[in-house]
Design a protein around this ligand. Structure first.
Ligand code: NCD
Length: 318
């Protein structure tokens, strides 16, 4: 019997929601192959995106994600243009459509976009016909490459995603990281528990992801978890208005050494960064033996290489 060859079927990566489990698997497997390239002692470069033009379009601040994409692009030998538009001077609709038309005119092959408005990369994809769009985070909607690198880190550590018990803790309301992780982890058969104060944990999420568990009691669930993913309190998105005070938040939801002592010894701690040390997580835990936070950063490069590579292949085959 001949095995059917499965090709990555997507032109864009706008979110995890439209992906099939086998698409996710394919990205993670491809990332594993690229990890070997990144670990080479000498030349950490492959020619996969040679002569392809990638535009990095970041309307919102970013350190890790932008650098990680740029390194991934360089390791694939792509040509790179960085756009940092001043999003404050024009209204959002005009900026986007205008930018889309201008970009289209320059014939890029791939566009990596971050924007504070949910759906902005989807809108770009509707206007740009000849380039692949990669969402690098849009409002509180999705941040697909973050979820993919989180999954890659978990799969590398535990050898599987299926059956893993993962708690995602903190500012659920404002987090795009949590939404992409909910799509990914539930599609791959992990068990997700969302934890946070009632005001930051919208129960409506259970309508979209009926299998998830939501709780306000962090201490009660810690001993069962294989992985604890802490989220940043997004004070710039108004999180302060939803909690009585930082002291109370820290008391019930901070991951500190005392709480870690109640976790499984082999449990891992994740955080997408940037961390508010001393708020959602203490330095002792962030820099401690259970933390895989820097592994997440390292894994971001091969995962983004895999995404760019597979989208480019899909576009060439179309
Ligand atoms: C996240 C983001 O920007 O969505 N960070 C990241 O990309 N590594 C999370 C955050 O800002 O808290």
């Amino acid at each position: 019997m001949t095995q059917e060859r499965y090709t990555f079927p997507h032109r864009h990566l706008l979110g995890i929601e439209p992906l099939e489990p086998r698409d996710i698997q394919m990205i993670l497997d491809q990332a594993q192959a690229f990890e070997e390239v990144c670990d080479r002692p000498e030349i950490k470069i492959v020619p996969a995106l040679r002569k392809r033009l990638v535009v990095n379009l970041f309307f919102e601040n970013s350190t890790r994600t932008r650098n990680s994409f740029e390194i991934a692009e360089k390791r694939l030998s792509a040509e790179i243009i960085n756009f940092y538009p001043d999003s404050s001077s024009l209204s959002k609709g005009e900026t986007l459509i205008d930018t889309a038309m201008n970009l289209q005119a320059m014939r890029p092959d791939l566009i990596v976009m971050r924007h504070s408005a949910a759906g902005a990369p989807v809108m770009l994809a509707q206007h740009i016909t000849k380039a692949s769009i990669v969402n690098a985070g849009d409002g509180a909607r999705e941040h697909p490459t973050q979820a993919l690198l989180d999954a890659y880190t978990l799969r590398k550590h535990f050898g599987r995603l299926e059956g893993l018990k993962v708690a995602i803790v903190g500012d659920i309301r404002n987090s795009r990281v949590v939404r992409s992780n909910l799509w990914l982890l539930t599609k791959m058969g992990a068990h997700v528990t969302l934890v946070g104060p009632p005001t930051l944990l919208p129960r409506e999420l259970q309508a979209t992801w009926p299998g998830i568990h939501c709780t306000n009691d962090f201490d009660a669930i810690i001993p069962e978890m294989d992985a604890i993913m802490m989220l940043r309190c997004q004070f710039e998105r108004g999180t302060g208005a939803y909690i009585p005070g930082q002291g109370e938040y820290v008391r019930y939801y901070q991951l500190n050494a005392a709480r870690m002592r109640r976790a499984k010894p082999e449990a891992v701690v994740l955080h997408p960064g940037p961390m508010n040390r001393g708020v959602e997580i203490t330095s002792e835990v962030a820099d401690g033996p259970n933390s895989v936070i820097l592994d997440q950063v390292t894994n971001g490069v091969p995962v983004r290489m895999a995404v760019l590579y597979l989208l480019n292949n899909a576009a060439m085959e179309a």
